[in-house]
Design a protein around this ligand. Structure first.
Ligand code: EPU
Length: 420
């Protein structure tokens, strides 16, 4: 068990203004992408989270020089990288270590990377990534807990994904950016961070077209150069704050976000009776009365994101009526509901479907985080509950949210982190 816990005294309405941090899932793709450059790169808006620190350590072990000033920028000089081996202990610190396979293949023509870690939200194979590398002429092998990929010469090829995979799309883009010839990815993921990574690579001299659609064309380049680039704001943190505002019947304006990335969530909140308004780069969420139950089906972008299913289902535990949640992306993403049931929620989970019957009130209880977004869900539940909620295993939350409890406290939440 971790040494810290969050203690929340629920019931305070969140009110005020908050700034959203840079995107986690875009940063963890952009940082390994620097390995494709011949020169140093500077990335702005990188969030100060554990996944980012894990990647910095890995790049340093590979021979890169990394200078990170949280809130300012991260500069990575990859010129000293000649190693292509990322060991088990480094790789298992985060899911995104799988991007080192594509990036090192692109840089060195070979990669030996331990199987990735990350949240246990169901089976998470990487067979589609490997299929993509093979289409680019690489040989791949899984040996002793390591993924080994190598190519005499990476050459462009056609990759048709059997399912829409965010990680697979990014990984193939990374390798293809320096392959000889053109790669076409069919059935590509369209998430905002796919577009952000393409923009980053293009700012290094890559030739990528079609990111944000389901066909991406990558004309490989022999050399990519240094760049300075600011990553997009975190779509899931924005959504988590929107849900927390609604859950506490508050009035919160989130600054620095991209409202068009939030449309699936905004539509659902409006359907529940929450008031949502936006400007170019801010969203205001107000909730005055009780909220109505809604049905949710997680889908790839621009559908409702699986990463917001967990905090959203916490909010629905106190809605008027019964909500049906269908999780279509991952097969075990309801563990948070077992914990929220301990706070008085009425939930029934059947495989990838959950039925939530709204109750008037949750009650504080000790609960344990099982994965990153489960952590966000338990915080939302704690903010809504009457009495004290203690949340354990915070390292999951620290992997992906920058100063979340400080932001919530500034909005009026009674939340503290303490030693157990
Ligand atoms: N899949 C395969 N084979 C593959 C790849 C994927 O069967 O080779 C399956 C997965 O098992 C899953 C589905 O395809 O059922 C979609 O997986 P995807 O590859 O899209 O997800 P991922 O790359 O493992 C990323 C994010 C997740 C986010 C998902 C979906 C990162 C580091 N992770 O995961 O983020 O939930 O896309 O949007 O970007 C989080 O931030 O909390 C998080 C889990």
């Amino acid at each position: 068990m971790g040494r810290e816990r969050l203690k929340i005294i629920g019931g305070s309405a969140l009110e005020g203004e908050v700034q959203v941090s840079g995107g986690k899932n875009t940063s963890v793709a952009v940082i390994p992408a620097v390995l494709l450059s011949d020169q140093p790169c500077t990335i702005e808006n990188v969030p100060d989270i554990e996944d980012v620190h894990a990647l910095m350590d890995i790049l340093e072990h590979l021979g890169a020089r990394v200078r990170y000033i949280p809130g300012v920028s991260m500069t990575i000089d990859p010129t000293g990288v000649e190693d292509w081996h990322v060991g088990y202990h480094d790789a298992k610190r985060l899911r995104a270590s799988y991007y080192l396979i594509g990036a090192l293949l692109g840089r060195c023509g070979k990669a030996e990377v331990g199987f990735p870690g990350g949240c246990t939200i169901g089976s998470r194979p990487i067979d589609e990534h490997l299929k993509g590398f093979r289409a680019l002429g690489a040989e791949t092998e899984e040996r002793g807990g390591m993924v080994v990929a190598q190519a005499k010469e990476l050459t462009g090829g056609d990759v048709f994904f059997d399912m829409v995979t965010v990680g697979g799309t990014i990984n193939v883009m990374l390798a293809a950016a320096k392959a000889k010839g053109t790669t076409i990815i069919y059935n590509a993921a369209k998430e905002p961070h796919i577009v952000d990574l393409a923009n980053f690579l293009n700012s290094m001299g890559a030739k990528i077209k079609g990111a944000g659609t389901d066909v991406i064309r990558i004309k490989g380049q022999e050399r990519l150069h240094g760049t300075t680039y600011a990553v997009i704001p975190d779509q899931i943190e924005t959504g988590t704050l929107m849900i927390a505002a609604a859950a506490t019947r508050g009035d919160v304006t989130i600054h620095g976000c991209i409202p068009t990335h939030m449309e699936a969530l905004t539509a659902k909140l409006l359907e529940m009776g929450v008031r949502v308004s936006d400007s170019d780069d801010s969203i205001r969420v107000r909730m005055m009365t009780a909220h109505r139950a809604v049905n949710i089906k997680t889908q790839v972008y621009p559908g409702f994101p699986t990463d917001l299913q967990q905090p959203m289902s916490a909010l629905l535990t106190t809605a008027h009526g019964t909500s049906l949640i269908q999780e279509t992306i991952f097969d075990q993403r309801f563990k948070h509901l077992d914990e929220i049931a301990r706070m008085g929620a009425s939930v029934k989970v059947m495989g990838r479907t959950a039925l939530i019957e709204g109750v008037p009130q949750l009650y504080g209880a000790p609960v344990t985080v099982t994965d990153l977004r489960a952590g966000a869900a338990l915080i939302v539940a704690g903010l809504m509950a009457s009495g004290v909620t203690e949340i354990y295993e915070l390292e999951y939350i620290d992997r992906g949210y920058e100063h979340l409890e400080d932001k919530l406290r500034n909005l009026g939440a009674q939340i503290v982190r303490e030693e157990t």
